[in-house]
Design a protein around this ligand. Structure first.
Ligand code: PMP
Length: 360
């Protein structure tokens, strides 16, 4: 009932334009989407083979526990399979985490701009989103989050690295913050892009969990692992924290080909390493070229750039769209002159840059 009552409060979630819709609207043969932080290399060929084999068994329901995938992840991260829950993308995981924790009137605290799903699901559950601005370096403001904790705070989301700014919080400061939150508050780390962070001694949500902190870490196969179209996400937390989520989630949320592809991609380290190297090299090259165009580029720990273009973001979005390139304007929250652009292959980035120059 709560869902019916609160559904009018939330705007429909429109995650950008689809390639098909833009082709049709502007009568284009080819469209390049640099708006959804997808992996431009396509899926791992090993994942494609595994999917094809799994498709031959499509008449059978998938394993509702996705045991093979959870066991593989558990081995990689040094946790128990029982400490992992899978879902139909991180979107679905965020939704059942909030549903499991938030009652009417509970507060959910985070910084903005950030990933919009925290707000919508909180509203849907009758909770109250409490939004505080990022720091001036555009990272999550841990001091301000701390100041805004009340008796009603239930969850704190930390998007690390943050979407859309690409920034990370320093891990010592994060540990101090997690250690200091009162017992009635649960910290959730949304680590959709954490695989792009390779800093020495950097602690992730899973490291904090293994150190005994009661945090929930959410991750996805959509970005680094290049399986956005298959929808695989997961959370890592204690069995006790996962118990209410197990009651809420759909039993067959992750389908058979998706489980097979996720397992195969984890095994294909040659593919993931190639992607990491390409992303690092192209991130540097694209950042430099964007700066040469007079834009300001923020340091990114992800596969996208947050860019101050110093003119109207919606106008640039519209102009590029007509040329068949989709980017993400970050309008709202006072960021009307900022865009988020996913890092493509060398050729894709060159096409973006030459199109930008034509528009000058
Ligand atoms: N969290 C963040 C920070 C994201 O950027 C995204 C996807 N854009 C998600 C969660 C959702 O990922 P998924 O594709 O697994 O639903």
């Amino acid at each position: 009932m709560r869902w019916r009552k609160y559904v009018k409060q939330i705007a429909p979630y429109v995650p950008g334009k689809s390639i098909e819709a833009v082709k049709k609207e502007f009568n284009l043969d080819a469209v390049l989407r640099l708006a959804s932080n997808e992996n431009p290399l396509g899926p791992s060929s090993k994942a494609v083979d595994a999917m094809q084999q799994a498709m031959a068994e499509s008449h059978l329901y998938p394993d509702p526990t996705a045991a093979e995938l959870r066991e593989k992840l558990a081995t990689i991260y040094g946790v128990l399979p029982e400490q992992i829950i899978t879902g139909n993308g991180a979107d679905n995981v965020i939704s059942f985490v909030i549903s499991a924790f938030v009652n009417e009137g509970d507060e959910v605290l985070y910084c903005t701009p950030t990933f919009p799903a925290y707000r919508s699901t909180t509203l849907l559950m009758g909770g109250k989103p409490v939004e505080v601005p990022l720091t001036k370096e555009l990272t999550f403001d841990l001091d301000s989050l701390k100041e805004n904790i009340t008796d009603k705070t239930k969850l704190i989301f930390i998007c690390n690295p943050n979407n859309p700014t690409g920034t990370i919080v320093e891990s010592n400061a994060l540990e101090q913050f997690i250690a200091s939150v009162p017992e009635h508050v649960t910290v959730i780390l949304d680590e959709a892009y954490i695989e792009y962070v390779r800093k020495e001694n950097y602690l992730t949500g899973i490291d904090f969990f293994k150190k005994g902190y009661p945090v929930i870490t959410i991750r996805t196969f959509s970005k680094f692992y290049s399986l956005a179209g298959l929808r695989v996400g997961y959370a890592v937390a204690s069995e006790e924290m996962l118990a209410p989520m197990l009651r809420l989630r759909e039993p067959f949320a992750v389908n058979r080909p998706a489980i097979a592809a996720a397992v195969a991609t984890l095994d294909d380290t040659e593919f993931t390493e190639d992607h990491f190297e390409m992303n690092e090299a192209e991130k540097l090259a694209l950042s430099e070229k964007m700066e040469e165009l007079g834009f300001t580029v923020y340091p990114s720990s992800t596969n996208f750039l947050f860019i101050h273009i110093k003119s109207d973001a919606q106008e640039l979005f519209n102009a590029l769209l007509k040329k068949g390139i989709i980017i993400r304007p970050c309008t709202g929250w006072g960021y009307d002159e900022y865009v988020r652009i996913s890092i493509g292959t060398k050729e894709q980035n060159e096409l973006l840059l030459s199109t930008l120059k034509q528009l000058e």
